[in-house]
Design a protein around this ligand. Structure first.
Ligand SMILES: [Zn+2]
Length: 140
């Protein structure tokens, strides 16, 4: 299953980022999923349940998927449009000579992590660590 390997990669990135941030746990992982990424969001959400179990810092982490609709730029019209259904054809003139400007995303956008701050007893401090691409899909 394609989505399981992606979910495992997301969990690995989240866990490594938590380690770098000195965090005890990952609370939330935000991933943007483009329409053209080839990822089924439901399958990915399902795979996440299995994937996170293998990483101690991710076991209770919530996966939030951010769906990115396909957008194309048409050099002929000089505008960005929502393409015609099931294609990358310009929504205005129908030209196929378009450039995809959004919809290929498969990125870890942000992570929320918690530290164990036992010293002051104030509990965990949420934090955000820098984003990192899941890789394999070069940006345009
Ligand atoms: Zn056009």
């Amino acid at each position: 299953m394609h989505e399981l390997s992606i979910a495992l990669e997301i969990a690995r990135i989240a866990d490594e980022s938590a380690v770098r941030a000195g965090a005890a746990r990952v609370v939330r992982v935000q991933v943007s999923v483009g329409e053209l990424s080839g990822v089924d969001p439901d399958a990915l959400a399902f795979a996440w349940e299995a994937a996170r179990a293998g990483w101690s810092r991710c076991q209770n982490a919530r996966l939030e998927l951010c769906w990115i609709e396909l957008r194309v730029f048409c050099p002929q019209c000089g505008v960005e449009t929502d393409p015609r259904p099931h294609s990358v054809a310009c929504g205005r003139c129908g030209s196929l000579r378009t450039r995809v400007v959004a919809g290929k995303e498969l990125d870890v956008v942000s992570l929320e992590v918690e530290r164990d701050d036992a010293a002051d007893g104030a509990g965990a401090q949420p934090g955000t660590v820098a984003q990192r691409r899941t890789g394999g899909r070069p940006a345009e």
